[in-house]
Design a protein around this ligand. Structure first.
Ligand SMILES: [Mg+2]
Length: 330
């Protein structure tokens, strides 16, 4: 798509979130209308043009590529529990009916209380922790060792416990019990997937990672993710970045192509439309019975209107898209 066409076909919306998710209370999203599908461009507002470039590449790819279900009707998803107050845990979990696996954001003072609350509500829960790299090696070690004593096999994996790959490797070597480590930021902050492959960084990541967290937009789109996934033989968990159903549908299309790759079906991190107050489609991809539908998002024009933004925000987004487009090689 040429820049003018991208801008002409872009609609900007702002959707309130139900909880404060990484400090975000409104999600501003640019939606690009293609001939057969839509693409979502929603890098967080503080990302600069370089950091947001993959997101635009992904959005344009989705807008011009027909949705593919790979013959699947549903995929399993986990519940996602942001760092909310203890009193709000039950309410948040109720937004994810049937999701027995709960991904819990950690790295705050109340982590243990929040985890205990999850097990008080569902004693059978499987939990995934996501620290977003906030722990030091010793903090991670101390917390995870004590958690293992309390909850043992209910702990499925820990995602990005520490910031650097070297720290995560050290943690892996020092833990006295087997715990899977999922790598997210160390993979996606390498801006070019091509660079991950060429420079051998992927091998270093694979020395540490037992699973990879794959997010379609920050990795530059479905085809780019598939090229990366082809190179690895560990399980991958396709996850979201708090997108509307348009962005989630791209994740779902990727997840649907992985049904044979993950030896045992893993719930994906794609249930997060449940954390938004609204959506732009007639068929929100919300969890039901622990699953979401594998289907194209049907955008409704009146919803685009309902959540539309001021002219000055539109202008800001058009400038953002223009700046990124002008970086070239989209
Ligand atoms: Mg993560």
């Amino acid at each position: 798509m040429q820049l003018k066409e991208v801008l002409d076909r872009t609609h900007i919306v702002s959707i309130p979130t139900k909880t404060n998710f990484r400090g975000v209370q409104f999600r501003e999203i640019a939606l690009i209308e293609g001939d057969t599908n839509w693409g979502e461009f929603s890098p967080f507002l503080e990302y600069d043009a370089k950091a947001a470039k993959n997101w635009l590449k992904s959005a344009i790819e989705s807008a011009v590529t027909p949705f593919q279900s790979n013959g699947l009707d549903f995929i399993a998803v986990n519940a996602t529990l942001p760092a909310v107050e203890i009193e709000q845990v039950a309410e948040v979990l109720s937004w994810f009916p049937g999701c027995n696996t709960v991904k819990i954001k950690v790295g705050t003072k109340e982590d243990l209380e929040r985890i205990r609350e999850v097990f008080r509500i569902n004693a059978e829960a499987q939990i995934r922790l996501d620290a977003n790299g906030l722990w030091s090696v010793s903090e991670a070690k101390m917390f995870l060792e004590s958690l293992n004593k309390e909850f043992g096999s209910s702990l499925e994996y820990v995602e990005q416990p520490c910031q650097t790959l070297a720290e995560n490797k050290k943690l892996k070597n020092e833990l006295t019990f087997p715990l899977k480590i999922a790598i997210d930021e160390n993979l996606r902050k390498v801006r070019k997937v091509r660079k991950v492959r060429k420079e051998g960084n992927l091998n270093e990541i694979l020395e540490v990672a037992d699973l990879l967290i794959i997010k379609v937009a920050p990795l530059g789109g479905i085809s780019s993710c598939l090229q990366l996934i082809e190179k690895v033989d560990i399980p991958v968990v396709v996850s979201s970045a708090l997108e509307s159903s348009v962005g989630i549908s791209a994740g779902v299309a990727l997840a649907a192509q992985l049904s044979k790759k993950n030896q045992s079906p893993l719930p994906f991190g794609l249930g997060t439309v449940a954390l938004l107050e609204g959506d732009v489609v007639s068929n929100p991809l919300l969890p039901v019975d622990g699953k979401i539908k594998v289907e194209k998002a049907n955008v409704e024009l009146d919803k685009l209107k309902r959540y539309s933004v001021s002219d000055s925000r539109k202008k800001w987004w058009h400038q953002r898209i223009t700046d990124i487009y002008n970086l070239g090689s989209l």
